[in-house]
Design a protein around this ligand. Structure first.
Ligand code: MN
Length: 283
């Protein structure tokens, strides 16, 4: 299933170019009282929602996906875990340009470890990325985003993949400079997730997906997830050694080579094979 959140808190099932409003399926979610759990309620209930979603879709005429406002497909992730330099060629381009890539931030992922992005940085495909410091270099980073489906602590390579609910395109928008990643990458709108999430059963081999990003029609990033340094199961093993991963947690797997600056007025076009494509404005 391809699921999106759109317009005024509507849940959509995406089929071809159409979005079918299946919001009625959310009525089957268990009632909750304060305090709410720290995970995303929709992602946690996804296995049980499948039948109600398909039933609701049968009654819903589709509207063109291009005509709706797409929000991030996960509304309430507990955390966004991200991988620093996790493609060899991106490591090489960073090492070759110390004026842009602060030396302290260009180390092996096994040494640097993972980092967290503020959940308040989350933004959808139809939202603009709003540059907060136009005088500083701010880059696009296209990444495969993994959405965790079931609680996960101390995963092994063998168990890791079973914890994945879905995949999406992630844009890890980044100010270059000396500050901690958690600050440079966590401004409002600096984590784009979209255009929808594709459930794991529909992604045959997440370790062989072409990903790309263009800016104003100019090719910037072209890569394949087979070139990840720490692959998806290894990232889940690594992350879950430190954090309990919860349903709806987002894991950004790292960006390949070709990162470059964006400026207000630009349009980024990001695509991942088998997941989708989105054009995101920069404001
Ligand atoms: Mn990144």
């Amino acid at each position: 299933m391809r699921l999106c959140l759109f317009n005024d808190d509507r849940l959509g099932l995406v089929r071809g170019d159409l979005v079918h409003d299946v919001t009625a399926a959310l009525d089957t979610l268990p009632a909750r009282r304060y305090p709410l759990p720290r995970h995303d309620l929709l992602v946690a209930a996804l296995p049980d929602l499948r039948a109600p979603i398909l039933a609701a879709a049968a009654d819903a005429a589709g509207v063109p996906a291009a005509s709706v406002h797409l929000h991030p497909p996960v509304a309430n992730p507990g955390k966004i875990v991200a991988a620093p330099v996790n493609y060899r060629k991106h490591m090489q381009e960073a090492e070759a340009d110390p004026a842009t890539f602060h030396a302290a931030h260009v180390r092996k992922i096994e040494e640097t470890g993972l980092f967290l992005k503020a959940v308040s940085s989350l933004s959808g495909a139809s939202d603009a990325v709003r540059i907060i410091q136009p005088d500083r270099r701010t880059d696009h980073e296209v990444e495969l985003a993994v959405i965790i489906g079931t609680p996960c602590k101390d995963a092994t390579r063998e168990t890791a993949m079973a914890h994945i609910a879905a995949y999406a395109i992630g844009l890890d928008i980044t100010i270059r400079g000396p500050e901690e990643r958690s600050m440079r990458k966590s401004a409002d709108t600096y984590t784009v997730l979209g255009p929808w999430m594709v459930t794991a059963d529909e992604v045959a081999d997440p370790a062989a997906l072409d990903l790309s990003l263009d800016v104003n029609g100019e090719a910037r990033q072209r890569a394949n997830t087979r070139d990840l340094i720490l692959d998806i199961p290894e990232l889940i093993v690594f992350a879950s050694r430190f954090y309990t991963l919860e349903p709806g947690d987002i894991l950004l797997t790292g960006t390949p080579e070709g990162v470059g600056p964006i400026r207000p007025g630009d349009v980024m076009h990001a695509a991942i094979a088998g997941i989708g494509a989105m054009s995101v404005r920069v404001a």
